[in-house]
Ligand binder design. Sequence first.
Ligand code: 4NP
Length: 177
Amino acid sequence: MKIDVISQSDKQAVGKEIAMIKVMFVCLGNICRSPMAEMIFREMVRKTGAEKDFYIASSATSTEELGHPIYSPARRELESHGIPCGEKRAVQLKKEDYDRYDFLLGMDSANLSNMERITKHTRSEKMRLLLSFTKEGGSIADPWYYGNFDRTYSDIVKGCRAFLEYLGYDISQLKME
Ligand code: 4NP
């Protein structure tokens, strides 16, 4: 893809081909929402034929779940949509990730505050909420509290669609059940 919107923070990149857009999804534990976003976005990028354009990862702001696999109900939700989970284990967001990634996307406002604390950067065009790309904005439903993984799934799909559109991809043919 050609740099367009992102070029606002990198004027020299305007119109040039870029190798990869690096995206880090972030939540509290990295066992529900952000790994779901990682797997869903990877699937959407694959269906869009844009795999070579992206490096996609996810991480936690807390240490509670480090090393743990994706929470079983989140895994079942992804599998019910035909999305594989791989061997993902929870890792923590690092300060250096701010420079390593082009986008750091939090699931809720507490995540975003914690991301600011860890990276020592304030929220910006590149570090923001996933749903900030949608008209409505807001937070991804937290299944840890609501137990509603299908709502989390549809919130994440909505945010990722809007994000892909923001990046200039045609998602009109992109179908996610
Ligand atoms: P996640 O879900 O942040 O979406 O991975 C949670 C995981 C663990 C906890 C809370 C939310 N916890 O309190 O340990």
